[in-house]
Design a protein around this ligand. Structure first.
Ligand code: NAP
Length: 312
């Protein structure tokens, strides 16, 4: 395959954590960007990026960091996006692209559109790839390989904007992702059921088990292989990130939670009445769904770079 070559002469990533750090590593590895600027609010993280030698410039100043950039990626927690976008967009050059990677799209997108002057192309995005780790050492270049990245561009017939969307799509494809374009509200609904609700369930069940008075903590650890261990991995996900997701995607999460609660009631009734057929039929259907996910290459039957790459 021919190397795709340089896509953005200068890229600025704001927030060097799992996702921002993975984008920088992948873009450098594939030689898709020339100059790399990293902006991060944390002095410790900035010092670590300097140590890693992954950026040409490291700064805490958003306006200074985005000056002259062709691509600006906001990779902070979701609720920081609006404030960061307000400073970044005003300091960007015309023709540049402003994107983000937030797990919720409608709110952050609105904030970015409101902040951007004419000529700055806002293209909200969300890579459906991640792990439960965070911070500057958590990222790795292969994170996005064979994962989906959803972009939620606005619909218009501006040719320059369409070209900016095509350019950003080719950037994501060059670092291994499959790209899908989607309406932002639809994105938030889909992710509420595929990612946000499962995390809520994991956070809840791990808390419930820890609160049980007749089960000791050592028993929870000792017998965790029985399904609980997978929940504990998910429930170890970054508290700030997940606080922001539930605050920002309240409506869609509550809608899906309502449907889930009804389905849980149905399962509860089947158990109470000893309705073995209903239980067996349901479990057969869910097993087929799981096999479909593995067949679609979205689960790690293969070695996974030593890390689990769950979806957020
Ligand atoms: P992370 O590892 O915690 O990294 C976020 C980084 O941004 C940290 O270095 C943080 O510093 C910094 N930061 C916070 N506020 C900032 C601000 N106002 N200005 C500049 N830097 C700031 O988080 P992540 O997991 O990469 O998540 C980043 C975004 O990606 C989130 O919007 C999340 O929804 C989305 N996402 C995450 C995953 C996942 O699996 N983790 C997957 C897909 C999308 P401090 O730690 O000092 O605050």
């Amino acid at each position: 395959m021919t190397p795709p070559g340089l896509i953005y002469p200068k890229m600025t990533v704001i927030g060097f954590g799992l996702i921002g750090g993975s984008i920088v590593r992948a873009a450098r590895e594939h030689k898709l960007v020339g100059e790399v600027v990293v902006v991060d609010a944390s002095p410790a993280h900035r010092a670590r990026v300097e140590e890693l030698g992954l950026a040409d410039t490291v700064t805490a100043d958003v306006a200074e960091g985005v000056a002259g950039a062709d691509l600006v990626v906001i990779a902070t927690p979701v609720l920081a996006t609006a404030d960061v976008a307000a400073i970044a967009a005003a300091a960007m050059k015309p023709g540049a692209t402003l994107t983000d990677v937030g797990s919720v799209k409608a709110g952050p997108a609105e904030a970015m559109y409101a902040a951007a002057p004419a000529g700055v192309h806002v293209i909200p995005g969300h890579p459906i790839a991640g792990t439960e780790h965070s911070g500057p050492d958590a990222g790795f270049a292969e994170l996005f390989e064979n994962r989906w990245t959803i972009l939620t561009p606005k619909i218009n017939d501006d040719e320059a904007y369409a070209l900016a969307v095509a350019r950003l799509s080719s950037f994501w494809r060059a670092i291994g992702a499959n790209v899908e374009l989607m309406d932002e509200k639809h994105h938030d609904l889909v992710l509420a059921v595929t990612s946000h609700l499962p995390h809520l369930i994991a956070y809840t069940i791990v808390g419930s088990a820890a609160d049980l008075e007749n089960v000791t903590e050592s028993e929870v650890m000792k017998y965790s292989a029985g399904g609980f261990r997978d929940f504990t991995r998910i429930a170890a996900s970054d508290p700030t990130m997940w606080r922001d997701i539930f605050v920002a995607n309240k409506d869609a999460v509550l809608e899906m939670l309502g449907r889930f609660t009804e389905d849980l009631q149905a399962m509860s009734r089947a158990i109470r009445w000893g309705d073995a057929d209903t239980l067996h039929d349901h479990f057969t259907r869910t097993r087929a769904i799981r096999r479909g996910i593995v067949a679609a290459g979205q689960e790690s039957a293969e070695p996974n770079f030593g890390r689990d790459r769950g979806k957020h």
